[in-house]
Design a protein around this ligand. Structure first.
Ligand code: DX5
Ligand code: ZN
Length: 224
């Protein structure tokens, strides 16, 4: 059976924050599949970035799904505002969510696709009891908090193990990877079993510009 097409999710974390609408429109025209939005609260991770009002302002600039990655403590307190702002996917970190099952149900009740993120140091076992509930799993391939960090190589094995687990259980959750994805890393992550690739610095800091950078990442995974 042919492998499904790899989706690309540019992260606007590395875009010019004074021109986010244009950044979103540009990567939409360039063939992105999702727009990845990194929400940081200054507690779970050191930085503070984007809140729900910014997501609402970006909504009219693209028809693509908005993939909202909540790097915040007590994520269950923030689900409703981001859903109302137009999020299509909300991912929450297992490390800060003791009532993970309940939070996932809450996301789905809001009509939003639900995902769990794991930090590099968090074992896959944290997902076991909720795996059938998930529309998406987001494996961090850097420690969250900053764009532009190098891909953590041992995460390739974690990606492969999760791919096997999903396939063996016949589960359709999308396997997304986030952090340090470049045109060099992308084919290796895809070969290991990732199906959605987040890329921030490699798209928005590229000398060739975001559209060409996205094309190059796309080309790197289409040669597989
Ligand atoms: C890191 C964020 C990532 C980040 C990825 O905390 O979750 O989405 O923007 O950026 P790059 O691709 O630059 O590692
Ligand atoms: Zn992210």
């Amino acid at each position: 059976m042919a492998e499904p097409r790899i989706k690309l999710a540019p992260s606007i974390l590395s875009a010019d924050f004074s021109r986010l609408g244009e950044a979103v429109a540009e990567v939409t025209r360039a063939g992105a599949d999702y727009i990845h939005i990194d929400v940081m609260d200054g507690h779970f991770v050191p930085n503070i970035t984007i809140g729900a009002p910014v997501v609402a302002s970006l909504r009219p600039h693209t028809h693509l799904p908005l993939d909202v990655h909540l790097m915040v403590d007590s994520p269950e307190r923030h689900l409703e505002p981001f859903a109302a702002a137009g999020a299509d996917i909300i991912t929450i970190h297992a490390e800060v969510c003791p009532h993970l099952h309940r939070a996932l149900q809450s996301i789905k009740k809001l009509g939003v696709r639900a995902g769990v993120c794991l930090n590099p140091g968090t074992p896959l076992a944290a997902l076991n009891e909720v795996l059938p509930e998930l529309d998406l799993v987001l494996l961090m391939t850097v420690n969250p908090g900053y764009g532009g960090q190098p891909f953590i190589e041992p995460m390739l094995d974690k990606i492969a193990r999760l791919r096997r687990q999903l396939d063996e259980a016949g589960l359709g959750a999308e396997l997304e990877v986030d952090g340090g994805i470049t045109a060099e890393v992308a084919p290796r992550a895809a070969r290991a079993g990732a199906r959605v690739l987040v890329a921030g610095a490699a798209v928005f800091n590229a000398e060739v510009g975001p559209a060409e950078a996205l094309n190059r990442i796309r080309a790197s995974v289409e040669k597989l």
